[in-house]
Design a protein around this ligand. Structure first.
Ligand code: HC1
Ligand code: SF4
Ligand code: SF4
Length: 567
């Protein structure tokens, strides 16, 4: 431990602690634009400068380690002046259109400028980069003019996801962050995961906004049908300013009804349906010598990663569509018939934690109902915008229930939201269907938690079924390299592109690991609280097989619920 003094307060901290971390212990938040608590120290923006032992040269608090008897000042006039000067230099290169910027109100640059009382005109000439805004991607909008070169997106795209789309180009004043060879995002191997949006402190990388499609559908008199993803009910309240992890299923449904949705269904239902189809596909592959290991296919970020980085291995992907897409085809066929609605007059919309779902619903093969199965995938952030625009005070709403017949999912469907959840849900069903015995211990702890690679071996009727779970595409790459060299000795692998699974998705409120952990606790709690916790026991599942599909992997199932991949 070392003894130091910050702004007149004596404290003891561990050797090697940075000044920024030490200051937090006495409740001083030193501002920074490049620092992110889950990322490496970059020390590029220099807004965090502080005075050390009265020296003239100011030091960056994010990277400068404390030492015995160090005396630190974090708020002298000289420091404030230096920080304001840095901000003025950033402003001279940054559009001043806060009022119609997507990040207005949640922009870290705006917030630091307010805190530093930047209330006089800047002294430098404004010279913008003059880049066209890239709106080519269905998921992400990239405005390079607003980029402040912090490098957070570059780190997440290269080091965490290993997709390598974003990089710094050129030098000095001409430095920009850009996809390779001057390409637009849509023309790259970007997987649409939105993790870059999650870490961007300003309005440079934002979610492609589809809220206008909801208004348009209403104007056209369409029947508005929504499905809500497992994790969205655990993050919408947070997106509207409530505490992280607040579950608000009932209030969310009420708000959606007030917004004009005619039906609000639960994607947990088709998560259960995915388990029925995917579980049976796995059994088929194991008993009939099919391609193993089979890999989950419900994450469109992962599917595109597999298609672009491991194109020869797409036969490992389960042919089952994602729950979002299964719901899309069920709504415009089975439900439309049952409710007597012309499918052409349905606007089918999903509320997802995910930016890649926007890409997925536009894939040309996702139209087995005869129409685009899901017309729009809105993120939790966009639903929050719709709720705010309508002036709805979310905190005061009464609770409502999902609509029937797709209003009741199982706990197994609910835990799809967290890394390991799809695998646990599948094991619950596969075990009982194969053995005919009741599973005593429903929780598979080995596949829970945030380890990069989780493994389990489950004895089912004398066969040891070996499974693995990975989250983030960096981990997916490691396990795929083992699939390629033949050392991945598993029957089934779950892959989710986002760190932590969908609960850490790119369309959710901005995350860090602490928040993802808090949300995850409540995901598992919801499973515990539900009366039905296994997909095959859900009454809605029994009904759809009886009335419409026949049995898992039937011809109708194959037509509506399964797909093919590129390559
Ligand atoms: Fe997900 Fe899924 S779990 S992919 O993370 O399989 O988005 O929540 O809706 O489709 O069910 C996302 C979440 C979601 C699908 C399901
Ligand atoms: Fe990289 Fe994902 Fe952002 Fe695409 S969406 S640029 S893959 S981080
Ligand atoms: Fe979307 Fe979930 Fe995949 Fe992330 S992990 S890209 S949120 S489906």
């Amino acid at each position: 431990m070392v003894n130091i003094n910050i702004d007149g307060i004596n404290l003891q901290v561990e050797e090697g602690t940075t000044i920024m971390e030490a200051a937090k212990k006495i409740h001083v938040n030193i501002p920074s634009l490049c620092h992110h608590e889950d990322q490496s120290v970059k020390s590029v923006c220099r807004i965090c400068v502080v005075e050390v032992n009265g020296q003239k040269l100011l030091q960056p608090a994010c990277s400068y380690p404390v030492a015995e008897s160090m005396s630190i000042r974090t708020n002298t006039p000289r420091i404030i002046k230096a920080r304001k000067n840095i901000l003025e230099l950033i402003f001279s290169h940054h559009p001043q259109d806060c009022l119609n910027c997507d990040k207005n109100g949640s922009c870290e640059l705006q917030s630091i400028a307010q805190d530093l009382n930047m209330n006089s005109p800047i002294r430098y000439e404004v010279e913008l980069r003059g880049k066209a805004v890239d709106t080519s991607s269905p998921s992400i909008t990239f405005d390079a003019n607003k980029c402040i070169l912090c490098g957070r997106c570059v780190e997440v795209c290269n080091d965490v996801q290993t997709v390598g789309i974003l990089a710094k180009e050129n030098r000095g004043y001409n430095t920009v962050v850009a996809p390779p060879y001057g390409k637009k995002l849509q023309d790259t191997a970007c997987v649409n995961c939105g993790q870059c949006v999650q870490v961007c402190p300003v309005g440079a990388l934002t979610i492609h906004d589809d809220t206008n499609l909801v208004y348009k559908a209403k104007e056209e008199g369409k029947v508005l049908i929504a499905q809500v993803a497992p994790s969205s009910r655990t993050t919408i309240a947070e997106a509207l300013g409530e505490e992280t992890g607040t579950v608000s299923t009932g209030r969310m449904i009420t708000a959606m009804k007030m917004l004009g949705f005619d039906y609000v269904f639960d994607t947990d239902f088709t998560a259960d349906l995915t388990i029925m189809e995917e579980g049976n596909e796995l059994l088929n592959r194991i008993t009939n010598g099919g391609v193993l290991p089979m890999m989950t296919s419900c994450c469109p970020g992962w599917v595109k990663f597999c298609e672009t980085s491991y194109p020869k291995y797409t036969q490992h992907l389960s042919s089952a569509k994602s729950p979002q897409q299964m719901f899309g085809s069920v709504i415009k066929t089975y439900f439309a018939q049952k409710a007597g609605i012309d499918p052409a007059n349905i606007f089918s919309c999903s509320i997802m934690p995910c930016t890649a779902k926007k890409f997925e619903c536009k894939r040309p093969e996702m139209s087995d109902s005869g129409y685009q199965d899901v017309d729009a995938a809105l993120t939790v952030q966009e639903l929050a915008k719709l709720i705010k625009s309508a002036g709805i005070d979310f905190s005061k709403l009464e609770e409502s229930r999902f609509d029937n017949p797709f209003g009741l999912g199982s706990g197994a469907g609910e835990i799809f939201a967290a890394t390991g959840g799809v695998m646990e849900a599948a094991l619950r069903t596969v075990y009982e269907v194969l053995t005919g015995e009741e599973l005593k211990q429903l929780e598979f702890q080995a596949v829970r938690g945030f380890e990069g690679l989780k493994e389990a071996a489950v004895d089912i009727n004398g066969t040891t079924v070996k499974v693995a779970v990975v989250h983030s595409l960096g981990e997916a790459r490691k396990i795929m390299d083992r699939v390629v060299d033949g050392t991945a000795d598993y029957h089934f692998i779950e892959v989710m592109a986002c760190p932590g699974g969908c609960i850490g998705g790119g369309g959710n409120p901005v995350r860090n690991w602490k928040k993802v952990a808090k949300r995850t606790v409540n995901v598992y709690q919801q499973d515990k609280d539900l009366p039905i916790r296994k997909s095959h026991e859900s009454p809605a599942i029994k009904m759809i097989y009886e009335e419409f599909l026949g049995e898992p992997l039937s011809e109708t199932s194959h037509h509506l619920l399964h797909t093919k991949y590129a390559n």
